[in-house]
Design a protein around this ligand. Structure first.
Ligand SMILES: [Zn+2]
Length: 206
């Protein structure tokens, strides 16, 4: 396939030259001469070409499915976890070194959690970056402009970001602001105790 691709490519290049489709700016302006260009072009028949080919994705759905597998999932899906008992977790994994063979691995719960947490991104790191209209830098203005152009009301109301305390209460029903001893008193922060050597930006400490 490499030889065929090379032949087709260089033949096409010859036709492009004949039609005057090619530009030769600056340091390669000498290639404009037909004789020079032909010598230049023919040297590539001697080179070893490497052609990489991959079956195409089956349309936009295929592309989304492919990306979705990587962007919106956690380190391990529930169905891969087989058992969790006696302080040990067993789960399925694929051994790429062994012909992609599916195997079972058993780890202590602590080690399993440790490995799982390695996949949790630090705060402000993102898995998905938006490009174009939704690029972070201009998103707010762009979306507002879109709404304006579409004649709709500005639906992008500023949403207040939930604190971790509010999140914990909403998801797990645990209110960390309530005193754990009497279950009545409200806890409030008196002072921040920073680590002695603190390199994190202040936003990290909540
Ligand atoms: Zn109390």
């Amino acid at each position: 396939m490499s030889a065929l691709f090379r032949g087709k490519f260089l033949d096409h290049l010859k036709h492009c030259f004949k039609r005057g489709d090619l530009a030769f700016p600056g340091s390669i302006s000498h290639l404009k001469e037909p004789g020079t260009f032909d010598i230049f072009r023919k040297q590539f028949y001697e080179k070893k070409w490497v052609v990489y080919c991959k079956p195409p994705f089956g349309g936009p759905e295929g592309v989304l499915q492919y990306l979705g597998r990587y962007t919106h999932r956690v380190a391990i899906s529930n169905n891969r976890i087989l058992t969790n008992r006696d302080g040990k977790v067993s789960f399925l994994w694929r051994d790429y070194a062994d012909d992609n063979c599916q195997k079972t691995m058993t780890l202590t719960t602590d080690e399993f959690i440790r490995r799982f947490l390695l996949h949790v991104l630090p705060e402000r790191y993102v898995r998905i970056r938006h490009f174009g209209l939704l690029a972070n830098r201009n998103r707010k203005d762009n979306i507002a402009a879109c709404h304006k152009m579409l004649g709709g009301k500005n639906a992008t109301k500023e949403k207040k970001r939930e604190t971790w305390q509010e999140q914990l209460l909403r998801i797990c029903g645990i209110d960390v602001t309530v005193c754990s001893i009497c279950q009545k008193g409200k806890m409030c922060r008196m002072e921040r105790l920073l680590p002695v050597r603190c390199k994190s930006p202040p936003e990290f400490i909540r």
